[in-house]
Design a protein around this ligand. Sequence first.
Ligand SMILES: Cc1cc2nc3c(=O)[nH]c(=O)nc-3n(C[C@H](O)[C@H](O)[C@H](O)COP(=O)(O)OP(=O)(O)OC[C@H]3O[C@@H](n4cnc5c(N)ncnc54)[C@H](O)[C@@H]3O)c2cc1C
Length: 389
Amino acid sequence: MTTQTNTSHDEEQEQLILDMLDRFLEVEVKPHVHELEYHDTYPTEIVEKMKEMGLFGCIIDSEYGGLGLSTNTYSKIIERISAVWMSISGILNSHLIMATAIQRAGTEEQKQLYLPRLASGELRGGVGLTEADCGTDLQAIRTTAVKKGDKYVINGSKMWITNSMYGNCLALLVKTDTTAQPRHKGMSLFIAEKGKGYVVSKKLDKLGYRGIDTCALNFDDYEVPSSCLIGGVEGRGLQQVLSGLELGRINVASRGLGVAQAALDEAVVYAQTRKTFGKPICEHQAIQLKLGEMATRTQAARLLVRAAAVAYDRGERCDMEAGMAKYAATEAAFENAHEAMRIFGGYGYSKEYNIERLYRDSPLLVIGEGTNEMQRIIIAKQLIERNRI
Ligand SMILES: Cc1cc2nc3c(=O)[nH]c(=O)nc-3n(C[C@H](O)[C@H](O)[C@H](O)COP(=O)(O)OP(=O)(O)OC[C@H]3O[C@@H](n4cnc5c(N)ncnc54)[C@H](O)[C@@H]3O)c2cc1C
């Protein structure tokens, strides 16, 4: 009885939040996407509204000032946002990956100090892992942190770091021991707030995912207090990053689902309005085949994303499920954007239509948060591990 009551209360709460989000997207975001995206302008006013709505704390526990929503609800939020403008979801995703690292692995003092500020959006974070020479092979990073008294001095550089210009802090992966074997035993994760020696060297010009800041960074004798070492113990950084990857993959899968759905929705409308040879193109079988495949891909991706999110919320191991969801949903986004471009014919190529943006945004999804090549390898390894003979 209690469970049923809780479930219906959770469902009602989820519906209220999603309805509020839909209104926000319709009124505050949709009318501005084209202009902001075209000029690669950071959506400051939209971010301010997101703060007011509590979105920056949506999966942070309520005892630390967040909304404490489930991953399943969070995934639906990201899906809806991405269907309107994927860049906005990135402002939230990287921030919440950082917050989750502190929530899971931080000391109580770190949680009390940082989570309420992250939940309110006063602090807006990101994750600083990738370097110019390594993304997939993170154990090859070269940024170092050397302990000096009650501080660490950080030197090195990072590449492709989202939220690093307009945000104000990062979960920064470094080497605290460059000789450790295996290499991950020398890696640590720090809470790095902007300060002297934290230098944004360049905002990167990107194919898509515009509006949001993705930058190259240098750390030149940048100092952080020892109390910023997440968990308070050296050598756990890679583990802390990897334990957040399931959530990260559900995030990106949800983005993929939003983009796949948006491309499908646009195509369904256009195919009924555009006429060739005396009838709407949706009555030509070649277009019907495309729409049938796009819709099936989207729905299959949705079921995988929901299954991974529910497993994550239950605390079950879900690396394979999150990998499948990420792989399927982001490939669905990529393929649906390409197919929608074909359905739109020449107009798909025009910057006046959303299809052109979806086409440019979607390739990032197959690269970020573990490339889709790596996802298939992870899925296969898990498959063998779970079915040993
Ligand atoms: C717009 C954008 C935003 C980003 N934001 C962030 C961010 O906020 N923070 C951050 O830390 N990073 C960020 N990244 C970096 C991103 O996570 C990396 O680009 C990604 O992890 C891939 O790394 P790489 O580019 O170095 O490719 P590489 O690791 O060099 O891989 C190149 C190719 O080799 C394949 N490959 C590599 N190793 C293997 C293997 N063992 N087996 C089979 N195939 C393999 C890959 O699948 C890929 O096809 C961002 C990237 C972009 C483009």
